[in-house]
Design a protein around this ligand. Sequence first.
Ligand code: PMT
Length: 229
Amino acid sequence: EPDRDLEGLRVLISAGGTREPLDPVRFIGNRSSGKQGVALAEAAVARGAEVTFVGAHLEIEPPRGATIHSVETAEELRVEMIALLPEADLVIMAAAVADYRPRTVSEGKIKKDVTGDVLTLELVKNPDILAELAASKAEHQVVVGFAAETARTQEELLSLGRAKVARKRCDYLVLNTVGWTEGFATDGNTIMVLDRDGHRVIEAEGTKLSVAHSILTAVSTRTPSEIAV
Ligand code: PMT
């Protein structure tokens, strides 16, 4: 692990899973624990970076040495990230953001004597925060997204990742496989980093902390334009 090689770099990291309320007692959520994002923040702090961390429902302690912000929903995360973007050199979206939210949020608890045997929820699309950050960033800023896919092969993962980086237009995309037993809440991870043209930059496997160090090295030591094709 390089020693304090990120001194002076301002890093903004999102982590955890957003929750979209249905009523005062229920939400639509996902299984992100925040471990990968916390590991990225702790790795960046250890290497001397100035880290701002935006957490959504962490199942673990927030990262030490970082400035912490907490959010609930995708919209709250969006507002926070856009406000913090100007103060960052490197932005990493490790949070698992709900793609949809309930169209309406009930003022009172939804009651099954009213809704009956089948309850149909109407969901509307959330804004794509990563795409928005990538589109509004300044030239010197580097925006990194994640792709959580249920791909069964490396080829499938790679092609899903290439399509996603082309759609979101971020500088780098970290691909990982998720499933019932993979990705979420585990202590280890297997990742591949693509640049904005879909070229493979690095692959890494290990604890979420060791993977975090590999990601930081990949996205901070080379600017996107310097990467060999
Ligand atoms: O937290 P852990 O338990 O450690 O698990 C780690 C992880 C699997 C959650 C993490 O490694 C990971 O993959 N995070 C991204 C999860 C995700 O939302 O992936 P996605 O493929 O659905 O989204 C692609 C990218 O767009 C992500 O950077 C996401 O933050 C972003 N996004 C997605 C939807 C949306 N509306 N706005 C976004 O910005």
